[in-house]
Ligand binder design. Structure first.
Ligand code: DLL
Length: 438
């Protein structure tokens, strides 16, 4: 099987839309007949499946949110009986009750196809050794890329995350050529490799497939230099399917969405209006081929932009720009919107780059405060003058990037937590205070 599906991936937009319209109309009828919460929502909105004939009608449909999944926890939004479900995954539930997602065998096949297409898009083939260092388990990262790599026919290495020494020894001894891991784990492995005498030349790595959390272009350069490879962005979320909803191709200029399976829209998160191409807003996805949990107009909370121009690689599939972050991760500091990824980019924009940081938000005298804790880059530990100069530089870079004054706290090297999966970058003490203040 060839996982460059040229006919679909380079189809003219009208052809792609015709396919999407056909699948959407069918799927709406399927959902209406099978999923009670959807039927209720559509009835309440006065929409019948007959009103949805093409992608142009998509905006008539009500949105689905994480709350809907929580309200029907665990299986209430599934469209098939549990006897048809062959796998479940679940979100970590750090911001509330965990949400459970399910897959039929056909869903697993679609997912593996999307992941195989992603790997091909970034230059992979059956001769590759795909080292999967995303966590295996209820998180979709590990198994998602695993099945994709197997479908491609590559040698699949199910390493999972953690145990940095063994990861690096496996890279070296097993000949890993493509490694799938979170960007923060990549940074942590690079640091570990340097400290333990590994050199880039010890490895045969050509690509890293990084996602599951926001990461900046500056972080990409750190990963590419650190391992001597190309780092590609991959996006996905459990509710839609997992990794490979979209992925960058070799051009590294936005992630191609598997639009034959998932239709993206960008909305204004406040007015819910659909925004024109090129405008930044909240990403919304509709699943038009899935069986077990085909969510419609699912609000991802991710802030991104869609680009419809044809890519240099020849694919016409819409590209999404690197998500800047999630609306629920966006900090509002003294009225200004701040994404952690902006601070990351600032910290990596000058010499002596700091890759480990933590943002501590608080309130003093009714004013928000933002403290940026930075692990002091190893090169400047020692001289007080150097430390002061570094602190000044970091503050200036961050203040100008976000437009709000921050305070800097330099920390000892290695004093902040290292991440094997999704990094935790923010501690918002205001939330704790609000809770106690009622
Ligand atoms: O993180 C799936 C995944 C695994 C994607 C491995 C890529 C690689 P969830 O745990 O459900 O699924 O988290 C989904 O993670 O809504 C985004 O906020 C964030 N996210 C995922 N990929 C990216 C990315 C997986 N490339 C949530 N850039 C999403 C920025 C990302 N954020």
């Amino acid at each position: 099987m060839n996982y460059y599906m040229k006919e679909i991936e380079t189809a003219p937009r009208h052809e792609l839309e015709a396919l999407q319209s056909f699948r959407l109309a069918q799927k709406i009828r399927y959902i209406y007949d099978r999923v009670e919460p959807y039927r209720k929502k559509m009835d309440e909105a006065g929409i019948s499946p007959d009103d949805i004939k093409s992608v142009k009608d998509l905006s008539k449909l009500p949105f689905t949110t994480k709350q809907d999944l929580r309200d029907s926890y665990p299986y209430g939004m599934f469209a098939v009986p549990m006897s048809e479900v062959v796998r479940i995954h679940a979100s970590s539930g750090t911001t509330g009750k965990q949400t459970v997602v399910g897959y039929t065998q056909k869903d697993i096949d679609i997912w593996a196809e999307c992941a195989a297409r992603s790997l091909v898009g970034l230059g992979g083939d059956k001769n590759d050794y795909v080292h999967v260092a995303y966590g295996y388990g209820l998180f979709t990262g590990g198994l998602g890329m695993h099945y994709g790599a197997e479908k491609l026919g590559a040698v699949t290495i199910p390493a999972s995350a953690g145990n940095s020494m063994r990861q690096l020894e496996m890279f070296r001894d097993f000949g890993s050529s493509i490694v799938c891991m979170t960007p923060s784990y990549a940074i942590s492995l690079i640091e570990f490799a340097r400290e333990n005498g590994f050199k880039k030349e010890d490895f045969n790595l050509k690509a890293a497939v990084c996602g599951a959390e926001p990461w900046s272009e500056e972080m990409r350069r750190e990963i590419e230099d650190g391992f001597g490879l190309k780092a590609y962005d991959i996006y996905g979320l459990s509710e839609i399917i997992g990794p490979s909803v979209s992925c960058e191709c070799v051009e590294q200029c936005g992630m191609h969405v598997c639009e034959d399976h998932f239709i993206p829209e960008i909305i204004d998160p406040d007015t819910f209006e659909v925004l024109p191409a090129g405008q930044q807003g909240e990403l919304v996805f509709s699943c038009i081929t899935k069986e077990a949990l085909p969510l419609m107009r699912y609000r991802t909370r991710d802030i991104a932009t869609l680009i419809y121009d044809k890519c240099k690689c020849g694919r016409t599939l819409v590209r999404m720009k690197k998500p800047q972050g999630r609306t629920d991760d966006m900090l509002i500091i003294r009225g200004v919107n701040v994404f952690p990824s902006q601070i990351e980019a600032a910290l990596l924009s000058f010499d002596n780059k700091a890759t480990n940081y933590l943002l501590v938000v608080d309130r003093a005298d009714n004013l928000d405060t933002l403290e940026v804790q930075i692990e002091t880059p190893a090169q400047i530990v020692g001289s007080i003058a150097d430390l002061q100069a570094y602190e000044k530089k970091a503050k200036a870079a961050i203040d100008s990037a976000i437009g709000v004054g921050v305070s800097i706290k330099l920390k000892e090297p290695k004093s902040l937590n290292r991440s094997m999966g999704k990094a935790v970058r923010v501690v918002d003490n205001r939330k704790i205070k609000n809770k106690f203040e009622g």
